[in-house]
Design a protein around this ligand. Structure first.
Ligand code: DC
Length: 226
């Protein structure tokens, strides 16, 4: 079974994806990690995102891998080195969003994402999982929340890590990222026609996971009693 969760930045895809996968005994993969890894490495090497040949060369010589870590969460490896925590800063998120708008970069990552999901019993989250990567996914969710709520969640997360940032600036960045992810020419973020829409504004993580689980159970019982 392949479960796709798409939605905008900060909608909670990774958090609920991880919990949903745990409850089902599935693997969880957050595909944004791949774009983050490429954006991060390109920036480290000083490659401008306008230089497509150098970006493609970088991708050719970069070994990307996502593996299940000790605590069940996925870990991201770039050239054999585990860099998961480095990739999850706001800055790297913005780099990922910019690099993900480049069609050649997206093309290069399609097969890897399909390979990662092909073992089955997997929850994949991203922007185009239900529309492009796995258009035949067994269940598709589109997880949404207002920009203000998403910024607030991110703000609380950073606060809990002792990092203080301006909430208005965060909200602005989230809105900017939405525009970038939804308006790009290739595989823009949008709800697949057959995706189940969940607005998580005002819902707890557990409530969202419960909603998703009940849809999965519905699907499984339809399979057993067609
Ligand atoms: O889910 P995330 O915040 O880790 O994703 C970072 C960026 O990567 C996001 O702004 C857009 C891009 N992305 C994408 O274009 N397609 C995906 N399937 C996943 C992420």
């Amino acid at each position: 079974m392949i479960i796709a969760i798409d939605g905008p930045a900060g909608s909670g895809k990774s958090t609920v994806g991880k919990l949903l996968a745990e409850k089902l005994g599935f693997i969880h993969i957050s595909t944004g990690a791949l774009y983050r890894a490429i954006g991060w490495k390109a920036a480290r090497e000083g490659i401008p995102f306008t230089d497509i040949p150098r970006l493609l060369d970088l991708m050719k010589r970069t070994q990307l891998d996502i593996r299940r870590g000790k605590n069940g969460s996925y870990e991201v490896y770039v050239d054999g080195v585990e860099v998961t925590s480095v990739l999850y800063s706001q800055e790297v998120g913005n780099l990922a969003s910019a690099v993900s708008a480049i069609p050649e970069v997206r093309d290069n990552l399609v097969q890897l994402q399909r390979d990662l999901g092909s073992k089955g019993n997997v929850v994949l989250d991203g922007r185009d999982i239900g529309t492009v990567i796995f258009p035949d996914a067994d269940i598709k969710f589109y997880l949404d929340a207002s920009p203000e709520e998403r910024a607030k969640r991110r703000w609380l997360e950073l606060q809990s890590k002792g990092i203080s940032v301006d909430l208005d600036k965060l909200t602005e960045e989230i809105i900017q990222r939405d525009v970038q992810d939804m308006s790009r020419a290739v595989a823009p973020l949008k709800k697949a026609k057959d995706a189940i829409y969940i607005d998580s504004t005002g819902l707890s993580i557990e409530e969202v996971v419960e909603k998703m689980l009940s849809e999965v159970e519905k699907k499984l019982s339809m399979r057993c009693n067609p």
